[in-house]
Design a protein around this ligand. Structure first.
Ligand SMILES: [Zn+2]
Ligand SMILES: [Zn+2]
Length: 212
């Protein structure tokens, strides 16, 4: 098997990073957080000859999960994650869509919820599931130990952290998730997040104003 690679497709008016994780050699992979603009996501998969075997969701907000059912039906693949604590968010994506003026969002019914300590994989690429509440109660992070890589969704951003003023948000829980679960993985872990550029945990530990 080849190296793990990641491609980012900005979707929805929130410019959310829909991420395609795939193997460089066999071009099999997964789509993380297809929030919307599914035509665009499908075009990127096709143009790069990548076959997606599953959809992984980090948390139940509309910009991350609003397009999951459409992509599931287009490709005939399963939706995996997030943690069941986000079920009420996933059940209300159509309402969220009306509130935020996002057309086409659909309620999301995962084929499988995830819990702390489980693993998910494609090919030889194995990701540990970390339950990281705070931004959303059921938020999960996908951590690949071998590749020193984590997809942190909206838990941590470069120079910032996820907002906690939405229903189910909890700032103390968010900071605890970052300090107790993410940063101990090591300064050399590279991350992709839900919005904006990714980075490395070490730089966030040293310079992120929410963590210092
Ligand atoms: Zn979010
Ligand atoms: Zn988001």
């Amino acid at each position: 098997m080849g190296q793990l690679n990641a491609g980012i497709v900005p979707v929805t008016p929130f410019q959310q990073n829909c991420t395609i994780l795939f193997d460089m050699d066999d071009k099999h992979g997964v789509v993380v957080d297809p929030g919307g603009d599914i035509d665009k996501v499908l075009a990127v998969l096709k143009d790069n000859a990548i076959s997606a075997g599953a959809i992984w969701i980090t948390h139940g907000h509309i910009d991350h999960a609003g397009g999951a059912m459409e992509l599931k039906e287009a490709l005939g693949i399963d939706i995996i994650g997030p943690h069941e604590a986000d079920k009420s968010l996933l059940d209300n994506l159509e309402n969220q869509g009306r509130r935020y003026g996002i057309a086409g969002a659909r309620n999301c019914v995962p084929d499988r919820f995830l819990t702390e300590g489980e693993t998910v994989s494609f090919g030889s690429h194995v990701f540990e599931v970390l339950h990281c509440p705070g931004h959303a109660p059921g938020h999960v992070v996908y951590y690949n130990r071998a590749a020193k890589f984590a997809h942190v969704g909206d838990v941590l951003f470069r120079g910032s952290v996820g907002r906690t003023d939405l229903p189910g948000g909890d700032h103390a829980a968010l900071i605890a998730s970052i300090k107790d679960k993410l940063l101990p993985l090591g300064d050399d872990i590279g991350f992709i997040c839900g919005h904006g550029p990714g980075g490395r945990f070490g730089e966030e530990r040293r310079t992120n104003p929410f963590l210092t």
